[in-house]
Write a protein that binds this ligand. Sequence first.
Ligand code: PLP
Length: 460
Amino acid sequence: MSEQRTRFDLTNEEMPTAWFNLMPDIVGAGIQPLPPLSPQTKEPIGPADLAPLFPESLIMQEVSTEQWIDIPGAVIDIYRLWRPAPLFRATRLEQALQTPAHIYFKYEGVSPAGSHKPNTAVPQAYYNKEAGIRRIATETGAGQWGSAMSMACSFFGLECTVYMVKASFEQKPYRRIFMETFGAEVLASPSERTNSGKGILAEHPDSTGSLGIAISEAVEDAATHDDTNYALGSVLGHVLLHQSIIGLESQKQMAIAGEPPDVIIGCVGGGSNFAGLAYPFMAERLRGTSQTRFLATEPAACPTLTKGVFAYDYGDTAMIAPIVPMYTLGHGFVPAPVHAGGLRYHGDAPSLSLLVKEGHVEAKAYTQNSVFEAALQFAKTQGIIPAPESSHAIRGAIDEAIQARESGEERVILFGLSGHGNFDMTAYDDYLNGRLPELEFDPAAEEEALAGLPEVSIKI
Ligand SMILES: Cc1ncc(COP(=O)(O)O)c(C=O)c1O
């Protein structure tokens, strides 16, 4: 039996009571954030422009320059259903890889919905309820965000309409049933419910959907109903803020482990779990007190950070969401239907995009089969079947551990295991039976999508 400690838990009392905002450090490091622009006027937008979609409290968080923002008591009570989340050392994986590296992972799959998404779904539902909203309209890719939002809405007595990317709707019936169990209405997107959905179906009746299209539908639904607000599961500043609880807990847990991480790895769809884990540690790098490396991993079929351009682009396909500065493949880009549905987004969070551009975050893209190979190696050693999205981080961690073995280095690796894959059995079945196409990226589709970037006066 090994004497090695493999689990680092915090007590209830040690759970953070404020979220961490990296913006002061980004500005402090001389990196200038750029304003979001209106999709109509293409001029910078202010808080009032976001009022049809979000409650004031979340808009204030979006533009906040405060370092710390208190977590409301009602949200803390719900967080305590599964938080603090455990941090593990993957000693069995280390042994299998014969690596001198120490591999740690922060596990968000312990949440009731199975991922990090409830960390922001719960406060978003809370603030909307406080503002007197009756219903939330949202999108979901993999089904993880929709599950989290459905659960959070049921906790606060809100109705929930979820536009679920058609590819996932078909691949993951159990995710739909999960959401319906919490009382949500789930529609396959593109749907006939909205003008954006109808428009896309008229042009592409067989569309498998995308996050960009589903976002357009949910934004349109919210903007056209006074009692309904929109909730986004990633990309926006307030979402990244709520996810900071992941990194804040991990900092305390790595301190217990007694090893500061040399490299921190997370998968990126819109950037929220990556930022949640990384940003509290990133503050130290930006302040010059640590040299930790950061690695963002993404699918080769939707390589926003590795093959996208840094530009102002619409957050959604129908061009009704704000225009933001980010790495993008073009808002019209529809990624191939890889099983990591939550990573099929054409853009990335603006703050993360800036950190990649400035060289503080490295990025790598992987094809599906190499990701599932890593997922199986992890499952067979550590016992957790990871979400296909999270498996991109595992691929990155395994590659780092192999490099450490080759160079004989004692690297300390920390990665984010953003969710379990217990509802992703179709994906595993496809992999195990050799039915998983590599689904590489199509540069011609990107070129076409990039031709549609909006003309804006701010040059970046
Ligand atoms: C398990 C899991 N990990 C990661 C992601 C990617 O989103 P983000 O980049 O916002 O963390 C998703 C999105 O649905 C997800 O379900």
